[in-house]
Each structure stands twice: as structure tokens, then as C-alpha cells.
Design a protein around this ligand. Structure first.
Ligand SMILES: [Fe+2]
Length: 262
């Protein structure tokens, strides 16, 4: 099994992923440019078996129609994506799996918050979770916004109960290239964060548009402010005259609000 990350060069800096089994079966996650995806898959010599959309926003579903027209493949989405996601015809509930090859599967997790039709996908090899495709829920060093059909309080629950609990070596395959900006936000909230400083230096030194951009959950726990809610420096910085936030949830909501206007 291989995971291919395609940087789309879209104005929203989207990533598309192609998960390819050892049997040549290919699944395209969040296709931006249909032709580019199909060319990539054809070059690899495999067979496109499905498209999977993490959620209904147009920048994650833009390639659906053309890929289905050419390949007649299945389109998988969250049940609440019905009627919102073009060509979607297989709806994944929490725990449902798509078999990739003999040892690999993608398992859906219900991840509301950015929108309510948002799912993420655990990449499971030989029954071990090795990766997670996070769409617009968890980013490298950040989380998704809630402007277009979401709810920050629900996003907090999802981030805390579905992501923070993942094993530390799980690879995070995110939906957008926002790392540099997100690291700057982390450092704005937590200037003493050495890991974030190191990552920002690395980010600025490398052409991330060409290099694959992934982190692990262990990295995220170090550089993602939204996973570091109990840190004193972060809470102190959120005192708006009425005292420090007292709970993780309150801290998360204040951070999300700050990030909206940052
Ligand atoms: Fe989105």
C-alpha cells in the first residue's frame, strides 16, 4: 500500500491523496483536479475504484463529476453529505471500512465540527492504525474553521475525543497546506514553544509544495495549540479581563475565536 500526496496549487492550498493498494486499486481522497488525479493514477498503472470526500465543501469535491464520468467509480461520503456532495452514492457511518487490499483498509470516523457532514479516515494496516486523513478537521499545527456550517464546541469534542487519543506514531494527512501560518499562530500564543520554532525554521527552509507534508500525532501534541489547552502560557494569553479560561473547552473556544481574527 502506498499513500500519494498531491499538492494541488489551488488558491486554498488543497491536498488530494491517492491511496493505492498492493493490488493496484486506487482511491482518491478529496479530488481537486480530476484530470491530474486520473493522469497520476493511469501513470501508476492501477485501477481507480473510488473517490472519497471528507466533507461537502466544493474544494474537496471539485473533481468528483469528471472522475465518475470517466471511471464510473463509487463515491463515498458522510451520510449527511447526501444531496450536498455530487455523485456520492455510498455513505459511511462511524466504523465502516473500505477495503484497499488484503492488509489495508480505510475506516471512517464521524468528525463533526468543521461541518456536520465531515468524516475522517483511519488508515489501518494489519489492524494497526498507521495514519489518519483529516480533511478540514485537524491541520498541521491547527484545526479547521467553523464558518461554513460548523460549530466550534462540537469541533472541540471531535478534536479531543477522536484525535487527541490516537497513538503518537499515527501519520496525519491533512487537507490543506497551512503549516507555516499555523505555526506562526502557535508561536503567537506560545512564544516559548521550541518545537514550533524548529518546525517553522524547517518549513521556511524546504519547498513544502514539492516535499510531502505530514506530521505525526506526537508532533501535533508539541506544535498544535489546539492540543495544548492546559498550558499556562496559552491560558494566560487568553485573559481578556475576566480571568483565565478555566477549562480545556473554554480555552479551545477562545483560541478558535482568536484564530478567526488573526
Ligand atoms: Fe472545508
Amino acid at each position: 500500500m502506498q499513500v500519494h500526496q498531491i499538492y494541488t496549487r489551488s488558491q486554498l492550498r488543497n491536498f488530494t491523496y491517492i491511496v493505492e493498494g498492493s493490488n493496484g486499486h486506487q482511491f482518491i481522497i478529496d479530488p481537486w483536479n480530476a484530470q491530474e488525479c486520473m493522469d497520476f493514477c493511469a501513470k501508476r498503472g492501477g485501477l481507480i475504484k473510488g473517490v472519497i470526500n471528507t466533507h461537502e465543501h466544493w474544494d474537496h469535491t471539485r473533481g468528483n463529476e469528471e472522475i465518475v464520468k470517466k471511471t464510473r467509480c463509487a463515491v463515498y461520503a458522510h451520510p449527511l453529505g447526501k444531496g450536498k456532495i455530487e455523485e456520492a452514492n455510498v455513505f459511511l457511518e462511524e466504523g465502516d471500512s473500505i477495503s484497499i487490499d488484503e492488509t489495508t483498509r480505510l475506516q471512517a470516523i464521524d468528525t463533526p465540527g468543521h461541518t456536520f457532514a465531515h468524516l475522517c479516515l483511519l488508515l489501518i494496516v494489519k489492524e494497526k492504525v498507521v495514519g489518519v486523513f483529516t480533511g478540514d478537521t485537524l491541520f498541521n499545527a491547527g484545526v479547521g474553521n467553523c464558518h461554513n456550517g460548523g460549530d466550534p464546541a462540537v469541533l472541540y469534542e471531535t478534536i479531543t475525543h477522536k484525535f487527541k487519543v490516537l497513538p503518537k506514531d499515527v501519520i496525519v494527512y491533512l487537507g490543506h497546506e497551512y503549516l507555516g501560518n499555523n505555526l506562526k499562530f502557535t508561536l503567537d500564543r506560545e512564544p516559548s514553544n521550541r518545537e514550533a520554532q524548529n518546525w517553522l525554521k524547517k518549513y521556511e527552509d524546504i519547498n513544502w509544495e514539492r516535499a510531502p507534508q505530514t506530521t505525526t500525532m506526537a508532533d501535533e501534541l508539541e506544535i498544535n495549540t489546539f492540543l495544548r489547552l492546559d498550558k499556562e502560557e496559552i491560558r494566560k494569553g487568553l485573559d481578556e479581563g475576566s480571568g483565565l479560561p478555566q477549562t480545556d473547552k473554554e480555552t479551545f473556544l477562545k483560541l478558535r475565536e482568536r484564530r478567526n481574527h488573526w
